[in-house]
Write a protein that binds this ligand. Structure first.
Ligand code: NAD
Length: 249
């Protein structure tokens, strides 16, 4: 065990939960942020504790500044410094063409995927930066291959939000590079999580999977391994970079 603490947003299920389990196995004490699914979050905490690790859960909607401040306050209250942040919380909306998208939908997507990640990164920098007396740290933003591919006809708003997150990753990485903080991103492709469990025309997921060069969807654990590598000292000279976990898509 190390005395390192990691905060993972939206970690009650899917890629976030996989990151939490792997981080705990690598010795981090894990803060599991969740928005609504308390039972699932406590289930992840229990799984970590049963495996001999250490974790706690904190409810907060990352799209709300007051809740982000409370979230980081609770991390502080648990003692120890914050070493790593994974901005994983993200939302997707029903597939539709641009003519059907209203402002409320677009704002909702940007509020979580961009503003939420931005606010959490800000709070992390306030704690990690050597400029503010911190000891450094690492941030990974969970983007999407859609940021590069565009998601035409499906959710160009979501793709645009992830592209904004990528630019935040690059700019922030440069801004804090000399303050002991590395900032990187992962771009998952089609990963088997509940994000894709509902919606879409029949056979859509199978059609998408067949367009993946590796011929299959990915597992959440395959993304988690890339995230944990970027956070580790193995990636000590890597910042402002992205790993695509997309089977070649
Ligand atoms: P998921 O829906 O299973 O998990 C997302 C989690 O984020 C959920 O637990 C949800 O409650 C939480 N969340 C959403 N809004 C939140 C908010 N405002 N505050 C706090 N928590 C919030 O989906 P997933 O596939 O595990 O997605 C994780 C990340 O990976 C997302 O950022 C997603 O955009 C990205 N991603 C997923 C895929 C994929 O194919 N599954 C592909 C590319 C990128």
């Amino acid at each position: 065990m190390t005395d390192k603490t990691i905060l993972i947003t939206g970690a009650s299920r899917g890629i976030g939960a996989a990151c939490a389990l792997l981080a705990a196995a690598r010795g981090y004490r894990v803060c599991i942020n969740y928005r609504t699914d308390r039972d699932a979050a406590l289930g992840v905490v229990r799984a970590i504790e049963e495996a001999g690790g250490s974790a706690f859960a904190v409810q907060a909607d990352v799209a709300r500044e007051d809740e982000v401040l409370r979230l980081f306050g609770e991390v502080d209250a648990h003692g120890g410094r914050l070493d790593a942040l994974v901005n994983n919380a993200g939302i997707l909306a029903r597939q539709m063409r641009v003519e059907q998208m209203d402002a409320a939908r677009i704002e909702r997507i940007f509020a979580t995927n961009v503003t939420g990640s931005f606010l959490c990164a800000r709070e992390a920098v306030r704690r990690m930066s050597t400029r503010h007396g911190g000891s450094g740290g690492a941030i990974v933003n969970v983007s999407s291959r859609a940021a590069v591919l565009g998601a035409a006809g499906e959710y160009v708003d979501y793709a645009a939000s992830k592209a904004a997150l990528d630019v935040l990753t690059i700019g922030l990485a440069k801004e804090v590079a000399q303050e002991g903080i590395r900032v990187n991103g992962v771009r998952p492709g089609l990963i088997d999580t509940e994000m894709h469990a509902s919606g879409g025309e029949p056979g859509r997921i199978e059609r998408l999977k067949s367009s993946v060069p590796m011929g299959r969807g990915g597992e959440a654990e395959e993304v988690a391994r890339a995230v944990l590598w970027l956070l580790s000292d193995e990636a000590s000279y890597t910042t402002g970079s992205f790993i695509d976990c997309s089977g070649g898509r």
